[in-house]
Design a protein around this ligand. Sequence first.
Ligand code: PAF
Length: 274
Amino acid sequence: MQIHSAIPDLRAALNQRGRIVFVPTMGNLHAGHISLMEQARAHGDTVVASIFVNRLQFGPNEDFDKYPRTFQADCDKLAAAGVDVLFAPTEADLYPEPQEYTVEPPAIQNILDGEFRPGHFRGVATVVLKLFNIVQPQVAVFGKKDYQQLMVIRNMTHQLALPIAIIGGETVRAEDGLALSSRNGYLSQAERAEAPRLYRLLNDIRSAIRAGETDTAKLEKEAISALTAAGWQTDYVAVRQQSDLATPKGVNAPLVVLAASRLGTTRLIDNIEI
Ligand code: PAF
């Protein structure tokens, strides 16, 4: 696997390559990321991954400084997964001067996670567009675990007419259902044992809707109460339309249940499609 941090070096390495499939990450790779790399392989000739912890998408009181950086272990995993090229820029490579031109997503950036992480999706869209311009892939793969992020990127790619097909990769879960996430490493042993409750509650909501329940607000409230009773602090549990993440008018359109909740100091997000 080739590793490049400078943009000109990466561009030279990708010149004349066949169809490029790109998987951007922030590192601290787990089986969820590796499954995205494996999916990427099926869509092109050259798989390019990136590792960059993007300061622009973290709020002032978020975990940018403590975000786990495990570069060598990540390189070993990517090489074993057959990734061809890793782009691992430093901040000086990607943001040599303050990034003053940014991508401002529309109203979707202010709902759900965006309500609780102001500016997050501006930071994500900005770095992803910049990475797209550097790597110039034909295909890019993003995990469905970050459902709203996937939608922001899909919509940006469509509206800006970028010639890139966006693929959504299924969430990979631990045996007890917990969605794999780099932030799971922050959980204490007791919190890790408690964490699968989030997925169980999302499943309960899906089962209730499939069984005919139409009062989604009631289901959301019940889940939040169950989380609170178990010691969680919840930002949202929300049943939304898959198409635009708006509140559904009924339960017949394809839906998704999304949640963000904090166990101790660790904020977990998850979602499940119906
Ligand atoms: O999902 C992530 O890891 C990040 O948000 C991304 C897409 C790599 C942008 O920094």
